[in-house]
Ligand binder design. Structure first.
Ligand code: MN
Length: 287
């Protein structure tokens, strides 16, 4: 049975947060997993990392990490010092994950986010080649530490290297490590893929993580994403990994700015109650 989780930033305006209270919150709401920001834990002291690990263990909640790398850590940069800084940053994150008891990292870890193509002055193939070469280095850390890294396929308005499941599979095959897999996200697939079920089946054994949310970034059930089709395709590929909800409802702060939430998507909603309903909805379509 898939573990079901939610991304902490559903509740926050800023990317940095104390994740401990959210471990208790998601436990109370019925989740198995809290997904947290990898950049934040990479900057924590040893005591704070231990506190996170101990709280998760005590509550039985699993944690996963996600990040969109900043331009200073772009693994596809034309500047070799920036690519190396990106590899170093991923290595710091890997070490911090082990200290926190976390075994999987997902997101835009192969370039920067949001990442545009036009100002690079190189071909997409050249940026791709730099990214693949950087990832071949970075993934050694995951292999040494027993971690899984998942590259997130996102829509064209947020990144240019991988917009479809086909491109994600090509990238992972080219890097060629069993520790590198793919994160698909229903919000992004809805924009780019011919069919969402088809994209999941194309990804197949390479699918390591799934983000869910509606076409409008509301919780599942408030848009037109085909949840039954998704459930059937996940079953077809025998997907056993984690499904993490990633709705964003609130404008304001760093999160509202970077996700481009310009209006209150569900005014007067009780966020906790919506999360509880979304968790139950998710378990139902995964059955
Ligand atoms: Mn996502």
């Amino acid at each position: 049975m898939n573990k079901v989780g939610i991304y902490y930033a559903y509740w926050t305006h800023d990317w940095d947060a104390d994740f401990v209270p959210y471990i208790y919150k998601v436990k109370k709401l019925g989740f198995d997993v809290l997904e947290i920001n990898a950049g934040t834990i990479a900057a924590l002291g040893a005591d704070e990392k231990k506190r996170l690990k101990d709280t998760a263990a005590e509550t039985g909640i699993n944690m996963s990490c996600c990040i969109g790398l900043p331009p200073s850590s772009d693994l596809a940069s034309s500047d070799i010092t920036v690519r190396q800084a990106g590899i170093n940053h991923l290595n710091r994150i890997g070490d911090a994950m082990v200290e926190c008891g976390i075994d999987r990292l997902s997101g835009i870890i192969y370039s920067n986010w949001p990442g545009s193509f036009e100002d690079r002055g190189v071909t997409k193939q050249q940026a791709w080649d730099w990214s693949v070469a950087s990832m071949k280095e970075a993934i050694k850390k995951a292999e040494d530490l027993g971690l899984i890294y998942n590259v997130e396929v996102v829509n064209r308005f947020e990144q240019f290297l991988m917009n479809t499941a086909d491109e994600g599979v090509a990238y992972v095959k080219e890097v060629g490590s069993t520790h590198l897999k793919i994160l698909l996200d229903t919000f992004h697939m809805n924009i780019e893929e011919d069919t969402i079920g088809g994209a999941i089946e194309t990804t197949g054994e390479y699918l390591g993580h799934l983000h869910t949310g509606e076409s409008n970034r509301k919780p599942p059930g408030y848009g037109h994403i085909p949840w039954d089709e998704i459930g059937a395709s996940l079953k077809k590929i025998n997907f056993q990994e984690w499904v993490v909800l990633e709705p964003f409802l609130m404008p304001g702060g760093e999160v509202g700015r970077d996700i481009r939430v310009y209006r209150d998507l569900m005014p007067y909603a009780d966020l906790d109650e919506e999360a509880r309903k979304a968790c139950a909805f998710t378990r139902a379509f995964l059955k």
